[in-house]
Design a protein around this ligand. Structure first.
Ligand SMILES: N[C@@H](CCC(=O)N[C@@H](CS)C(=O)NCC(=O)O)C(=O)O
Length: 241
């Protein structure tokens, strides 16, 4: 039995959902409420970070470790190329995506979305328990302060994160100028990771989240500026998600 503990909107959780779906595995989903998730997460896996995948009583944390585990235990539709020479390259792209795309996108998003409580509560509680929205509404000011403090979200860091994101998008765009895939000649976890972590900018249906359309400003304009360079994300979602 596989159970994924997640936040539906989290792009790191989307990495794991995608890997599970790509391997045609049956799994249960448990959606946790941000701010109220930490007790469950710590009890399962030691720290509060999601995603957590529990397989037959064994809890795994960290999306990259989970992908490695899934490829080891369920080798069908491998996410790694067979050639050893390409494997390090794939892992380097995934690490790059986790650090240089996942983190700055989240900061840029929450810098705007935390100013829109109704919208964020809907995003956090979609597909969750019926009482989630009531709880989070009441708890929102504390949640906002905690998220701003934990992720160091302010005007200055949001500006820096946007620059970092722009550089990361340029690097991916350059790499894909003459290639359909980031590494080698087939889909790997490098493509999965980069596409999943960029996906909140593209709002693909298969992500399974009802993203706001449009996002509140300045987020929507910022995203519009990246549209041409990240069109590849929709292609990869169409072909492999
Ligand atoms: N490196 C981790 C990052 C996961 C992560 O940052 N998760 C966020 C959601 S996007 C989280 O759980 N935040 C709440 C917490 O850490 O308590 C991974 O790849 O799984």
């Amino acid at each position: 039995m596989l159970t994924l503990y997640q936040f539906p909107n989290s792009h790191y959780c989307e990495k794991v959902r995608w890997a599970l779906d790509y391997k045609h595995l049956d799994y249960r989903i448990k959606n946790l409420l941000p701010g109220l998730h930490d007790r469950t997460a710590k009890k399962l896996a030691g720290s509060s970070s999601l995603p957590i995948l529990v397989h037959d009583g064994k809890a795994l944390q960290n999306s990259s470790d989970i992908l490695t585990y899934l490829d080891d235990v369920f080798p069908q539709n491998a996410l790694m190329p067979e050639q050893e020479s390409l494997q390090q390259e794939v892992l380097a792209w995934e690490k790059f995506a986790d650090e240089e795309i996942g983190i700055p996108i989240r900061l840029v998003f929450y810098h705007t979305l935390l100013e829109h409580p109704a919208l964020l509560v809907a995003l956090f509680t979609g597909n969750g328990p019926w009482y989630g929205a009531f709880l989070l509404k009441a708890f929102f000011p504390r949640l906002k302060a905690a998220m701003q403090s934990n992720m160091h979200i302010n005007h200055k860091t949001a500006g820096a994160a946007n620059k970092r994101l722009g550089l990361a998008i340029d690097k991916v765009y350059d790499r894909l100028r003459d290639n359909r895939f980031l590494v080698g000649d087939r889909f790997t976890r490098a493509d999965l990771s980069v596409a999943a972590l960029l996906a909140p900018l593209c709002r693909p249906k298969k992500y399974g989240v009802d993203w706001p359309h449009p996002y509140p400003e300045p987020l929507e304009s910022l995203i519009a500026g990246y549209a041409e360079k990240i069109a590849w994300v929709d292609d990869i979602y169409s072909g492999y998600r």
